[in-house]
Design a protein around this ligand. Sequence first.
Ligand SMILES: CC(C)(COP(=O)(O)OP(=O)(O)OC[C@H]1O[C@@H](n2cnc3c(N)ncnc32)[C@H](O)[C@@H]1OP(=O)(O)O)[C@@H](O)C(=O)NCCC(=O)NCCS
Length: 204
Amino acid sequence: MKKVIIIGASGHAKVIADIIIRSGDELVGFLDDNTELPEKIIGYPYLGKISDYVKFRGCLFIIGIGNNRVRERLAGEMDVQWYTAIHPSAQIAMDTSIGEGTAVMANAVVNTSARVGKHCIINTGAVIEHDNCLADYVHVSPNAALCGTVSVGRLTHIGAGAVVKNNTSVCENVIVGAGGAVVADITESGTYVGVPVRKLIKNK
Ligand SMILES: CC(C)(COP(=O)(O)OP(=O)(O)OC[C@H]1O[C@@H](n2cnc3c(N)ncnc32)[C@H](O)[C@@H]1OP(=O)(O)O)[C@@H](O)C(=O)NCCC(=O)NCCS
């Protein structure tokens, strides 16, 4: 049984807590910089600020924070062993790789020969089809579907229910809005929405 501490204590962190417990590992508690949190979060202790992680030798850590850039920063700052959380209902096919610190939520699918980077989030019911290649700090939101042989760059966020057509690349630092359909390569960072997606230009 692994002893695990979650960095962050928000809704996303609570979902990771559930995965840890269902996996038969021990949830030691939560570290978060909001010092006004209650003593217990869903029945598990609030242990202190993130910088207190140094007090917990022998524990594994996972960053339960949805913001991709915050996960990137913390992963760079913390010299610890990372926990990879995979919900027991997730389907992880043969010949896949999932990087350290990544969370794969309930009913997600990572299909054959897919590669998922470090500190990614494969959220509830997301589909990562065969031969996908996801860089580090990517978030694929609930029910999004990445068809076969899609590649996704670092820090990119695919919104809830979005679809990325097979054999398509999405570069780094992109946000695909909820419900968007990516049907051609995205080669420039930015926010893209709609069916098919177009770059969101804000005038205000
Ligand atoms: C795309 C997104 C990032 C834009 O957020 P934002 O920068 O705050 O943009 P705004 O809400 O100001 O919207 C700007 C415009 O884009 C439109 N828009 C926003 N999101 C859209 C979407 N997903 N699809 C289509 N149009 C969208 C708005 O209607 C608005 O249009 P208008 O200027 O004609 O009124 C956000 O709406 C979104 O979809 N985020 C993904 C959420 C998600 O999947 N979360 C999962 C967490 S687990």
